[in-house]
Write a protein of this length. Structure first.
Length: 276
DNA sequence: AGGTCGACCTGGCAGC
DNA sequence: TGCTGCCAGGTCGACC
C-alpha cells in the first residue's frame, strides 16, 4: 500500500488520536510480523520479547521517515514499522484479520493488518543504528529538497529515471504509483537514463516530485487496492491519477492510449506522446 | 560500483 | 463452477 503520502496520512491520524497513551496489552496473532526491520526473521520467535519491550510504555511521538512509521516510546524505545505492500494500521474496536492488536490506556485498540506479510515491526533502542533509516535519501517534503535533488540527479546516474525515483537510497518515499505520476507531469519518458535528462528538465522533475506528493498528502493518499487510513477510510488521490493503472485508456492531454511497460519487474505507465 | 532480478507472501480476478 | 496464471502500492540479497 504505502508510499510517502499514505504513511504520512496514517502518522498524522495516529498522532492526533494516540499520543500520550500507554500500551496496555499487545496480542501478536501472527509472529511473522514481528521481525528485524524490514525482512529478516529472527531465528526464534521474537514476539514475547517484543511484547515485553513495549508493554506499559507511553507513546510520546509518531514520525514518518521514508515509508517507515516510528512510534517513540517512553524510556528510549522505538517501534519501527513498515507497511510493505498491504499493511494497515487501524483504530477500531475489533479487526477480525488483525496480525497484531494493541490495547491502549484509554481503551482504544490499534490493529495492524497485513494480507501479504511484506510489512512488519520491531522494537529498537537506537534509531541511528537502523540500516534502512540510515540508507534513506532526502525527504521530498523537507526544506532544501530541490537543491539536494538536483545535486544527486547530476551525478551521472545511468539507470532509467523511473528506477532512480524508486530507489529509496536516492530519494525517500516515492513508490510505483507516484513515480509514474510524477514522470507524466514532468513530461519525461520513464525509460530515459538520468544522465541524459537536461538540467531544466531535472528542475521540473524535482518540482513535480514535491507537487505530486503534497497533493497526494492533501487527498489523504491513493486507495488503489488495500490502502486505508487509521480510521479505515479510503484516500482520494486515485481520482486524480493520470497514468497509473490506465493502460490502453486515452491520455488526458493528447488522447493517445496510455502505455504499460515493465521495468525491473514492475509496471510503469506513461504516455509516449507527452513524455520524451 | 551500480543496476537488474528473483524471493518473500496472500488473495483477487480474468480467461478458459 | 473450478482451475490456472497473472497481477499487486516494497525491500533485500544474489548475481551480472
Amino acid at each position: 500500500m504505502p508510499e510517502l503520502p499514505e504513511v504520512e496520512t496514517i502518522a498524522a491520524d495516529l498522532r492526533q488520536r494516540i499520543i500520550g497513551e500507554k500500551i496496555q496489552e499487545v496480542v501478536v496473532h501472527d509472529a511473522r510480523l514481528i521481525r528485524d526491520f524490514p525482512r529478516s526473521v529472527f531465528a526464534d520467535c521474537p514476539a514475547p520479547g517484543f511484547i515485553r519491550a513495549v508493554k506499559n510504555r507511553e507513546i510520546q511521538k509518531i514520525e514518518r521517515q521514508g515509508k517507515a512509521l516510528i512510534f517513540y516510546l517512553s524510556g528510549g524505545k522505538y517501534i519501527l514499522a513498515h507497511l510493505g505492500m498491504t499493511g494497515q494500521w487501524v483504530l477500531a474496536d475489533s479487526a477480525p484479520r488483525a496480525k497484531v492488536s494493541i490495547t491502549l490506556s484509554s481503551g482504544q485498540r490499534l490493529h495492524y493488518n497485513d494480507q501479504r506479510i511484506f510489512g512488519g515491526m520491531t522494537v529498537v533502542a537506537d534509531l541511528a543504528k537502523v540500516p534502512y533509516l540510515r540508507g534513506l535519501g532526502p525527504e521530498p517534503l523537507s526544506p532544501g529538497f530541490l537543491r539536494v535533488f538536483q545535486a544527486i540527479a547530476m551525478t551521472g546516474i545511468k539507470a532509467p529515471v523511473k528506477s532512480f525515483l524508486l530507489d529509496q537510497h536516492k530519494i525517500a518515499g516515492i513508490g510505483n504509483i507516484y513515480a509514474s505520476e510524477i514522470l507524466f507531469r514532468a513530461g519525461i519518458d520513464p525509460r530515459c537514463p538520468v544522465n541524459q535528462i537536461t538540467e531544466p528538465q531535472l528542475r521540473i522533475l524535482g518540482k513535480q516530485i514535491v507537487a505530486v506528493l503534497k497533493e497526494a498528502v492533501c487527498q489523504r493518499g491513493t486507495s488503489k487496492r488495500d490502502y486505508l487510513d487509521a480510521s479505515g477510510r479510503q484516500g482520494s488521490f486515485q481520482n486524480y491519477l493520470r497514468v497509473y493503472g490506465r493502460a490502453g485508456k486515452p491520455c488526458s492531454v493528447c488522447g493517445k492510449p496510455i502505455q504499460r511497460v515493465v521495468q525491473a519487474g514492475r509496471s510503469t505507465f506513461f504516455c509516449s506522446i507527452c513524455q520524451k
